[in-house]
Write a new protein. Sequence first.
Length: 438
Amino acid sequence: MAKGLIVAAPASGTGKTTVTLGLLAALRERGVCVGAAKSGPDYIDPAFHQAATGRPSVNLDTWAMGPDLLDGLAARAGLGADLLVCEALMGLFDGVAKIGATGTGSTAEIAARTGWPVLLVVNAKGQSQSAAALVKGFAGYRDDVRIGGVVLNNVGSPRHTALAGGAIEDLGIPVLGSLPRSPDVALPERHLGLVQAGETDGLAERLAALGRFVAAHVDVDRVAALATESTAGPGSDAPAMPPLGQRIAVARDAAFTFAYPHLLEGWRRAGAEIRTFSPLADEPPPADADAVYLPGGYPELHAGRIAAATRFHAGLIAAAESKPVYGECGGYMVMGETLEDAEGTIHAMAGLLGVRTSFAKRRLLLGYRRATLLADGPLGMAGTVLMGHEFHYASTLARGDDAALVTASSADGGDLGAFGGRRGNALGSFFHLIARGA
């Protein structure tokens, strides 16, 4: 099992993605076989991790995943690697309220469970010695979370580094790097976060530049030396949920990218065959598949092409006559009657479900979801609990007369009522599935 460390920060927007990607690229350039993981629910960062390392990244989530699944994923992520780097979400201790048997979803819980040390990225803009007070608070907040080192970001001068870094080192915590203000290393963004790795122009060159930037300002060897073996157990090889079928057709292109790697890999380990197809290329699901999965993504950016994909529509409708067709978020929108794009143009979708959605009328919905199936189906028997999350800006204009797929609650136990829709073999919702719950 590879040794691991966690790149975290006091808050979002501090520079941990820059440090993580630069560190991954720099280590790979030095011949280190490095793997990556992402704390919490996120599709976009792991794709950049894979581009930087040449290995699949994996999500680790203490709210949505049971201990055996979490430990098993962490162990497999490090197989064959010399080092595993886990990128945190938000601030190190940020999560949701703890209710029942679930964790809070914070990166600190992963640090406590694995024993991996934390490399804390601190935004030093607008402060000097006060950065040490912040670091001292983070270092002492939990006895089972260890701050192994600090990287300062947005440093204005060598004097700035000396003042902030010296005060932190007086705490006994090493400062392993100091990044100058450099807007040139930023990655492009859109409404759900970074532009996807596969759509980022010159990604290899951008990652190489990040690697050089971090290598020039961070002691990469000392950072790598922080890593320790996990104190967690080997976990389980069981999939996060049983496969939808024996041969699963998965939509995969620029409009349908948000499928969690741990789900697909778990289905493969359980003996299922994954067959991909591209709706944007007007490809229908493979006729010999016995289930179809439309994951989330950015259909709102490609609504016109999807509406014009007649072979895709016909194939999807034909598949739903005899086999389950399951859609999540963007996939759910495409299974509906219509999709209104940002300019207000309404596009006809597949019509397998009655939902009508709009990206012109934006409404952010974000958070963990605990869902309970209302009827037997490919996701499980009625009463099965599913753990996942919701993250989209699309609004629902009409739900049609579809039966609800699940009842849902938020992370704090708030009742969200009926959720999603099902009609015959077609089922979907804005819910992104992570794992089955207890």
